[in-house]
Design a protein around this ligand. Structure first.
Ligand SMILES: C[S@@+](CC[C@H](N)C(=O)[O-])C[C@H]1O[C@@H](n2cnc3c(N)ncnc32)[C@H](O)[C@@H]1O
Length: 390
């Protein structure tokens, strides 16, 4: 569970509608258990009895718009992070014709969740391990809708996207919930965090516009490689070319998948005949977009830099920190070396002083000795002799 508990968040949000207000806005169906095939997701949530699900109101509003097209189709749904498992029951009612509704949760207690509906299956395990991935694809090798609502840690979200977006069907939708966590340090986030989940999806929006970058030397993957390396995950350039759109809503990111070829600008469509302001459009009708038309950006420093700015700042700051640490270490080494030399010189001085004291006392002892006094006349004669010889 995240450091900031879900319940804590829900309780702390004074803006959320009270249950009576919600009931007024989305009146309950008269009786539980009635088939509510076309009921709005809000209504299904409001009338739900059974296992608990916990989602913000705006998600339900948006899901109505985003997921409505799948309602009468034999869709396969994967939800990563199910907690009490109530959302799976609601999906089973919202998507009447769904063929598979797979929930995955790392919490071993989720093994206690059981469902009468045979389409619903629960896989217990970390969604980002190869074992759990294998168990999930054993249930269904592809999905039409994937909802990521697991740990909300940036690394986990990015890894799940890399792992499960490739098994999303063409025409499928990948939704990431609770992206507000990507602004919080406890989830490896922060407004300008280079490796937050929202930074990843912002870069994915650039990937959508790859054909307009005007730099032949880089591919889609190169833009994401810093973040992917940071979390040790990968995704193929082919899968990235299938990203049709990246949509941001408060705390949700919706990524749609379409065949790569259909994601290009395509043909130019010129409609009408009157050109009262700018002429010459007629001949453009039906011409195909080609990347050769894009102005080359090899001299644009904002296009050719190796890394996105946030990552450059992070790398520069890391390099700065490393050189500051190296400098402090060097200063310490030099200081230690000189301190040792000073200590050694002090020891030499002390022993020289001791030696001098010994010599002084030996000299005093000699001058006071009898032999020195008895030999004094001899030394006097020797001095006189030296003077006469000069
Ligand atoms: C916010 S709750 C899910 C709420 C649920 N989707 C709903 O609508 O009520 C998050 C869940 O994700 C699970 N989770 C956390 N990390 C996970 C991971 N790596 N793989 C699978 N589940 C994970 C947690 O155990 C927790 O039950």
């Amino acid at each position: 569970m995240p450091a900031v508990g879900w319940t804590q968040l829900a309780n702390s949000n004074s803006g959320i509608l009270s249950r009576p207000a919600l009931q007024k806005k989305y009146p309950k169906r008269p009786a539980q258990g009635i088939k509510m095939t076309q009921a709005a997701l809000h209504q299904l949530y409001e009338s739900h009895i059974g296992k608990v699900s916990d989602k913000w109101e705006i998600y339900l509003d948006e899901y109505g718009r985003i997921l409505n097209k799948y309602r009468n189709r034999p869709v396969r749904i994967l939800e990563i992070g199910i907690q009490n498992g109530g959302s799976l029951e609601i999906w089973s009612r919202y998507f009447d014709d769904a063929t598979k509704i797979i929930g995955c949760d790392i919490n071993p207690d989720c093994a206690r969740l059981s469902y009468a509906d045979p389409r619903i299956r629960v896989i217990v395990g970390d969604a980002n391990t190869s074992e759990t991935y294998s168990s999930i694809i054993a249930e269904s090798s592809a999905f039409d809708i994937i909802i990521e609502d697991g740990s909300h840690l940036s690394g986990d979200i990015i890894k799940s996207f890399c792992l499960y977006f490739p098994i999303l069907m063409e025409g499928g939708t990948f939704i990431v919930e609770d992206l507000h966590c990507s602004y919080w340090s406890a989830f490896d986030g922060g407004l300008f965090h280079p490796y937050s989940s929202i930074s990843f999806f912002k870069l994915l929006a650039d990937v959508v516009n790859f054909e307009h970058w005007g730099i032949s030397s880089r591919d889609r993957l190169s833009l994401l490689s810093g973040i992917l390396n940071h979390y040790g995950c990968n995704i193929s350039p082919a899968a990235l070319a299938e990203v049709r759109s990246v949509e941001f809503i408060n705390s949700i990111c919706v990524v749609r998948k379409q065949p790569a070829a259909s994601n290009s600008l395509g043909r130019r469509i010129i409609a009408g005949q009157q050109e009262l302001v700018v002429q010459g459009h007629g001949s453009l009708h039906g011409t195909q977009f080609h990347h050769d038309q894009v102005p080359k950006q090899q001299d644009n420093i904002w296009s050719t830099r190796a890394l996105p700015p946030a990552e450059t700042i992070e790398q520069t700051e890391m390099a700065l920190r490393a050189s500051q640490e190296a400098l402090t270490k060097y200063e310490q080494e030099v200081l230690t070396k000189y301190e040792q030399e000073v200590l050694s010189l002090q020891r030499d001085l002390t022993s020289a002083n001791k030696r001098m004291t010994t010599v002084e006392s030996e000299k005093t002892a000699l001058l006071q000795s009898k032999s020195w006094r008895f030999t004094a006349p001899i030394r006097w004669l020797a001095r006189q002799a030296r003077r006469l010889l000069r």
